[in-house]
Design a protein around this ligand. Structure first.
Ligand code: KG4
Ligand code: ZN
Length: 357
């Protein structure tokens, strides 16, 4: 089974061709990603209108490259999959409409993939992981703990009630005048910093649910930064280190609760899987390692190129759905918000600028 996957929900324009063998294993034939970071950097964040226009400009060429690199003709495709949400609606429309056009012209089935489902299923592509497992997804738009029970069977165990984790890193970087995207900058600055100089709040610590909250912590960093202004380089390092230490403590606490909830409902997970840009953070990785060990499970982090947004994960989710006969019609809507767990309710007071969590 050969599936073309298209990803345009945020600031990566991506397309890939993935093959799914009859034994259920997967192989990436091409995976072309064009990041728009340069287009957005001077605004200190992703500008939806600029992202949508860039997707329009780039997508045709990227799909073409993905098909050529894979050495596959359109007639050979078993399906074309696009991320139909959640995400920035302009970009989602560009990707989904392109997929519909390809599906229509080549008389190929269409699969409208939930972007979060694609992150959730990635370890089945990279290491044929069996169900059930626990996913921790932390990116610029999402912060979730999800029980991945089967294809289409997801139970959200926890989510952020305000900012996404990557968003908090980006906002802290911005208030300290570090460049965008802020996560790697904050991590680097934290290396030379004193994590004990400031005692920032550990939001939600000890709560019985597995939700996250990051905006209070971000505000505490802002207050401290304005109190210290003008900031010396050492102040910036100490603020970053103290902020990151608070994120680590709260992540470890929230995930251990998430894994406990998982255990109660589904037994021991086959693995704890981390995905999203924040999973690139070394301090967070080692905190996750400890949490997984305590829960007597293994930590799996897909390679960076498959942890962050890409077309291969969309193609793979499409292939997994296609194998179960789950295709979509031309009426499939683009969705700014799209809960992975259809039965889940968004936590009260939850609003995020980027996507439907
Ligand atoms: O998954 P991703 O590449 O894109 C989406 O958000 O969809 O995640 C990007 C996010 C940004 O907020 C970025 O600051 C954060 O991941 N990030 C990090 C690190 N690298 C990227 N956050 C903390 N530490 C890092 N090393
Ligand atoms: Zn993503």
């Amino acid at each position: 089974m050969l599936v073309l996957g298209i990803e345009t929900t945020c600031d990566e324009t991506a397309a890939a061709v993935v093959e799914r063998q009859s034994d259920g294993s997967g192989k990436i034939l091409s995976n072309v990603v064009r990041s728009q970071i340069a287009e957005h950097a001077r605004f200190g964040g992703v500008v939806p209108e600029i992202a949508a226009r860039a997707h329009v400009d780039l997508l045709d060429g990227i799909v073409d490259s993905a098909m050529k690199e894979a050495g596959v003709g359109y007639a050979q495709l078993s399906a074309v999959a696009a991320a139909a949400g959640p995400g920035l609606i302009g970009g989602v429309i560009v990707g989904l409409t392109t997929a519909k056009a390809i599906a229509m012209v080549h008389d190929t089935p269409l699969i409208a993939v939930n972007h979060l489902e694609a992150h959730a299923l990635t370890p089945r592509l990279t290491c044929a992981l069996a169900f059930p497992y626990c996913l921790f997804l932390a990116s610029g738009g999402h912060t979730q703990i999800v029980a991945v029970v089967g294809v289409g069977q997801y139970v959200r165990l926890g989510t952020t009630v305000d900012d996404a984790m990557g968003e908090a890193f980006d906002k802290v970087a911005k208030m300290l005048s570090l460049p965008y995207p802020g996560g790697p900058q904050v991590e680097r600055a934290a290396e030379g910093g004193d994590a004990k100089r400031f005692t920032f709040p550990r939001p939600m610590l000890g709560r019985p649910d597995a939700n996250f909250s990051l905006s209070g912590l971000k505000t505490a960093v802002r207050n401290e930064a304005s109190r210290l202004t003008p900031l010396e380089p050492q102040d910036i390092s100490d603020l970053c280190a103290s902020f990151q230490a608070a994120v680590l403590d709260s992540t470890a606490d929230r995930l251990s609760v998430g894994l406990k909830l998982f255990q109660e409902q589904f037994g021991t997970p086959r693995a704890l899987v981390a995905a999203g840009g924040v999973a690139a953070n070394h301090a967070i990785r080692s905190a996750l390692q400890d949490v997984a060990a305590k829960a007597q499970t293994t930590l799996i982090i897909p390679p960076p190129a498959l942890c962050t947004d890409n077309g291969a994960m969309i193609a793979w989710a499409g292939a997994e759905r296609m194998a179960l006969g789950l295709t979509d019609t031309m009426e499939a809507p683009p969705r700014a918000r799209w809960l992975l767990d259809a039965n889940a309710k968004a936590p009260a007071g939850h609003a995020n600028s980027r996507a439907g969590h």
